[in-house]
Write a protein that binds this ligand. Structure first.
Ligand code: HAM
Length: 415
């Protein structure tokens, strides 16, 4: 074999695509009921979009981007996420002029160069939404509710919703300074990554996975206690809206998210049995991002869900039917004289919307019936020699084993 798929990527094979389509269908239906419309943006963008949008000091930008110079010597990056791309499109196409709130969703591949492991890939797929144009707490709650609704419609259980407020440009600088002050004395005890985060991005220390850093974080100042009045009221209102629809959540003071654009509400949905990669969805508000990308000051909020992780969770909870693929009718014929007649009928049945299969190799009746079973056909039509002289075929119900002779002209009615 010449080569294999690149590390961290995988083929989605035909039997798996059925599952993907099933999940995507549910996502689309929920988006439609919440009034979100699909947007499709390029898979690559100019590198500066992600540097400016996501933040230079984030792991995604520092370590994980697939960046290259194209033949015109422009720096191009395969999108590691899609909020920056959607906001770029919102600004470039002046979508702010259209509606009071633009509610958009997307489904597609993202790329991050990270160490692959279960639930973490270099090419993965996100379903995400972005709502631009309102700073109302009800929009935050609606966004979280959409994520929860999707997960509920898929039948997933045992998920944990965690929420936090990461403040805004008024209150966060004071909190950052407090954190730096707190960790300064403990710098030597922090892991190597956190030592460099201390200067550049001290809030990321709060969600470091290192056990000793976790211990130190326990006594660190809490962000929600340092929020300005506006951020505090907003966070309280978001909770009221969530309470009003009976959504259960936990406030996690250490949930800071890995991308720099977040302001106020941040949230994640976790499914702990997935282990280290337990976040199935994550998002939050980003009230400064549109302006940063060159648009008019416009608040926004959104989230993205990792589809591979959703499918892993569905598998773990046995929520995927093994028989998503089925065939309505399998046509059986072992006589080359009758074959063209059967071929014509196969075509007519397909045109009427039935899924129909047959054996291309004209094997024995017995081997063709075996194939019908493999295809999980609900019915078979047997074009036997005797029956064909009478313009008839045998219709067999594969579930009950019952069979009867029917006239060719009645095939469609009988099926
Ligand atoms: P994120 O937390 O970086 O947020 O990614 C969202 C979700 O994508 C994660 O919760 C996870 O399910 C999935 N994911 C991330 N990286 C990988 C990977 N390497 N392999 C498999 N799945 C992965 C964002 O991307 C933000 N753009 C979300 C957002 C939208 N915030 C506001 N609007």
């Amino acid at each position: 074999m010449l080569t294999t798929v690149p590390r961290g990527t995988k083929d989605i094979l035909p039997n798996e695509v059925t599952t993907w389509l099933y999940v995507e269908n549910i996502l689309r239906k929920v988006c439609q009921s919440f009034g979100y419309q699909e947007i499709r943006t390029p898979i690559f963008e100019h590198t500066e979009l992600f540097k400016r949008g996501i933040g230079d000091a984030t792991d995604v930008v520092e370590k994980e981007m697939y960046t290259f110079l194209d033949r015109g010597e422009r720096s191009i990056t395969l999108r590691p996420e899609n909020t920056a791309g959607v906001v770029r499109s919102f600004v470039e196409n002046k979508l702010y002029a259209d509606l009071q709130v633009q509610k958009l969703f997307y489904i597609g591949s993202m790329f991050r160069y990270d160490r692959p492991q279960a639930g973490r890939y270099r090419e993965f797929h996100q379903f995400g939404i972005e709502a631009l144009g309102s700073s109302a707490a009800s929009l935050d709650a609606e966004c979280i509710l959409l994520a929860v609704t999707v997960l509920q419609k898929l039948g997933l259980k045992d998920l944990q919703l965690k929420i936090n407020s990461v403040g805004c440009s008024n209150c966060r600088p004071q909190y950052r300074a407090k954190l730096q002050e707190f960790f300064k004395e403990k710098k030597d005890e922090l892991c190597e990554d956190c030592q460099s985060r201390l200067e550049r991005n001290p809030m990321r220390i709060l969600d470091c996975k290192n056990l000793h850093c976790n211990e130190l974080v326990k006594d660190a100042p809490v962000l929600t206690e340092c929020l300005c009045d506006e951020c505090r009221d907003h966070f309280t209102n978001v909770q009221h809206f969530l309470d009003s629809v009976g959504i259960k959540y936990e406030i996690d003071h250490n949930l800071v998210r890995g991308l720099d654009y977040y302001t106020k509400t941040a949230f994640e949905v976790q499914y702990p049995p997935l282990g280290a990669q337990s976040a199935v969805a994550g998002g939050g508000r980003y009230d400064g991002l549109v302006e940063q990308i060159g648009g008019p000051a416009t608040p926004g909020i959104g989230f993205a869900m990792g589809l591979e992780r959703i499918i892993l969770a569905l598998e773990k909870q046995n929520l995927l039917s093994q028989n998503l693929k089925f065939t309505d009718v399998f046509c059986v014929c072992n006589n080359s004289d009758n074959f063209p007649k059967m071929f014509k009928i196969v075509n007519e049945l397909r045109n009427k919307g039935l899924s129909v299969e047959f054996d291309y190799s004209l094997g024995s009746i017995k081997s063709q019936m075996k194939k019908a079973n493999k295809f999980q056909a609900k019915k078979t039509l047997i074009f036997g020699d005797d029956e064909m002289t009478r313009e008839c075929v045998i219709l067999r119900n594969m579930q009950t084993g019952e069979q009867k002779e029917i006239a060719i002209e009645n095939i469609f009615n009988e099926l």
